[in-house]
Design a protein around this ligand. Structure first.
Ligand code: MF3
Ligand code: CO
Ligand code: CO
Length: 266
């Protein structure tokens, strides 16, 4: 595969898909309460995407090489689950943290975004990890400009995570996105400044750091999808889809209820 620079027409479609993905998260937010199952969240999001938005939920039956088709419409990753958590009958409970990851397809183009949610009273460590990971996302985004390198993004994220004693998951990364769910380039969340692919105007890719409170190691569950931390430590993730503009970036997955960039990040 190769990295495509999007045309103005494609960019407009990606703006729409990104906005819709963000709006699914806005819609589901009031339902993310203790006592609801992740299966119910999946059903609500599925029906909203299909019936209200006229979108296709990209995860449903998604089957990259070596994977069996993903069985649900969203990913719900709880506590020590890193990513690709499969919705099921387990109920969310007080103290849980959960990532909801939404990818929609609208008019053939993808929008991909995820947020963390905290259920009731969470531990100080859980709060800190969710906050730190959100900061990592924005530190990464702020590195995006034509002429920069993907290593600038990874380096900003890695430095912030590791300086707080947390670790960056290596096996999963951000990705180019457009008419396909996962395109080149891979956007890893660690690395050295000035290394890696040069960032160019018209690229669209996700930044989606997965940060563990403990060690970086992960393993896959027997369902063939759910990824968990090897040491069972908590893991958090936030994701946006980013367009590279002539002056820097545009976040395509912002919606009304998106959290804004922390003020201290310049
Ligand atoms: N949304 C995830 C990402 O950010 C990918 C999920 S693939 C699925 O890349 F099949 F698990 F949905
Ligand atoms: Co993604
Ligand atoms: Co995603």
């Amino acid at each position: 595969m190769s990295i495509t620079l999007k045309t103005p027409e494609e960019i407009e479609k990606m703006r729409i898909a990104g906005q819709l993905a963000g709006e699914v998260l806005d819609y589901i937010t009031p339902f993310v309460k203790t006592g609801i199952s992740t299966e119910e969240l999946d059903r609500l999001c599925h029906d909203y995407m299909v019936d209200i938005q006229g979108c296709i939920p990209a995860p449903l039956n998604y089957a990259p090489p070596g994977y069996k088709p993903y069985p649900k419409s969203i990913c719900t990753s709880i506590n020590h689950q890193v990513c690709h958590g499969v919705p099921g009958d387990k109920l969310l409970k007080n103290g849980d943290i959960v990532n909801l990851d939404i990818t929609v397809i609208k008019n053939g183009y993808h929008g991909d975004t995820s947020r963390m949610f905290q259920l009731g009273e969470t531990s100080i460590q859980a709060k800190r990890l969710c906050e730190l990971t959100f900061e990592c996302l924005w530190l990464g985004i702020m590195q995006v400009r034509p002429g920069g390198h993907l290593g600038d993004i990874g380096n900003a994220i890695q430095k912030h995570a590791e300086s707080s004693g947390c670790s960056v998951v290596r096996e999963f990364c951000g990705h180019g996105i457009g008419a396909k769910f996962h395109e080149d380039p891979q956007v890893v969340h660690y690395g050295q400044r000035g290394t890696g692919v040069e960032i160019k105007t018209g690229m669209i890719f996700t930044i989606e750091p997965m940060i563990n409170a403990g060690k970086a190691g992960i393993r896959e569950l027997a369902d063939g999808w759910t990824i968990v931390t090897k040491d069972h430590s908590l893991s958090a993730q936030w994701e946006h889809t980013i367009l590279v503009t002539e002056t820097g970036f545009e976040v395509l997955t912002m919606s009304a209820a998106s959290r804004l960039k922390p003020d201290w990040i310049k």
